[in-house]
Design a protein around this ligand. Structure first.
Ligand SMILES: NC(=O)c1ccc[n+]([C@@H]2O[C@H](COP(=O)([O-])OP(=O)(O)OC[C@H]3O[C@@H](n4cnc5c(N)ncnc54)[C@H](OP(=O)(O)O)[C@@H]3O)[C@@H](O)[C@H]2O)c1
Length: 282
């Protein structure tokens, strides 16, 4: 199945469906990501805090695919905001990945109480200009944080990776991102699997002869969102890429729009997450 590529505001192209690897133990990463690459994924979303950058690098190197064919994202962890700490953390990420260049590096959370995300952003601009990173972006930033980066550096992030799924649709944030040319990447696109039993989604899936996961991912794709589902189950890994051979109709879209909930957030409130130690490696 051919996966659509979207163009970022710096001209780079990103596969619209990527493979999320949060909670994938490093030791299992080569096998699981190897399966995903065989299945056709060409975009992997990791982070320093996922403790599996080494396994990601092994999977990429052992895939036999040309390096330029795989879009690899990693993220700067909250403990390492500030210029020098960002430079050092990035070096560590590249050592663990064992790659020469990174396709995209994101500031994982803004950590506004530390007020150092602009410094980190400037370091990332330096790394991009030195050719070590192709594209730079952020994650979990609100409009004020994004605007501050733009006002203070003139560099617009290519993406903002935020929690987004049918129960938490982030409608209020969409216009600003579109106006500024910042692509939204949906994290927890499947609501961490909690919405797979939803009756509305089940009936839409039955109508199209598709799985519920596929209907949810198609809903993201049709709205121009980049999506990074996670799975350790080979059948789900394969299915989650098969979302370019059917379309949702206006009625389906309206029903899913009705699933949005003010209290639908699963993850942390982005302005409240501070410096958190790296989780211990499994
Ligand atoms: N930037 C951030 O702060 C942030 C935060 C959270 C996540 N993320 C990124 O977003 C990625 C995805 O989000 P997520 O890991 O929270 O969860 P998710 O992708 O929304 O959901 C994953 C869960 O859904 C299940 N699943 C996957 N495909 C399925 C299918 N076709 N049918 C039924 N169940 C299915 C998986 O179980 P099986 O393994 O059994 O398939 C797993 O339990 C992460 O891996 C990470 O890369 C970023």
């Amino acid at each position: 199945m051919t996966v659509a590529n979207l163009t970022l505001n710096d001209g780079a192209r990103i596969p619209q469906v990527g493979f999320g690897v949060w909670q994938l133990p490093d030791a299992r990463a080569p096998e699981v990501i190897g399966h995903a690459l065989n299945s056709g994924y060409r975009h992997i979303d990791t982070a320093h805090a996922y403790n599996n950058e080494e396994g990601v690098g092994i999977a990429v190197r052992e895939s036999g695919l040309p390096r330029d064919d795989i879009f690899v994202t990693s993220k700067l962890w909250n403990m390492f905001h500030g210029r020098d700490a960002t430079m050092k953390a990035f070096d560590g990420t590249m050592q663990r990945l064992g790659l020469e260049t990174l396709d995209m590096y994101l500031i994982h959370w803004p950590v506004p109480m530390e007020d150092k995300y602009v410094e980190s952003w400037k370091a990332m601009i330096e790394l991009r200009d030195a050719g070590r990173i192709k594209s730079i972006g952020v994650s979990n930033f609100n409009q004020d944080h994004l605007q501050r980066l733009i006002d203070e550096t003139g560099v617009v992030p290519v993406v903002n990776q935020i929690e987004l799924h049918p129960r938490f649709q982030q409608r209020a944030a969409r216009d600003y991102h579109e106006k500024m040319g910042i692509r939204i990447e949906s994290w927890s696109p499947l609501g961490q699997g909690n919405i797979i039993d939803d009756p509305v989604l089940k009936s839409i899936a039955a109508k199209h002869g598709k799985g519920v996961g596929q209907v949810i991912l198609r809903w993201h794709v049709e709205q121009g969102l980049v999506v990074i589902p996670r799975s350790k189950t080979p059948k789900h890994i394969d299915e989650n890429l098969q979302v370019f051979d059917f379309a949702l109709d206006a009625g389906d879209m309206e029903q899913i729009a009705g699933m949005d909930r003010a209290d639908g957030r699963i993850g942390p409130v982005p302005t409240e997450l501070g410096v958190v130690n790296l989780p211990p490696k499994e």
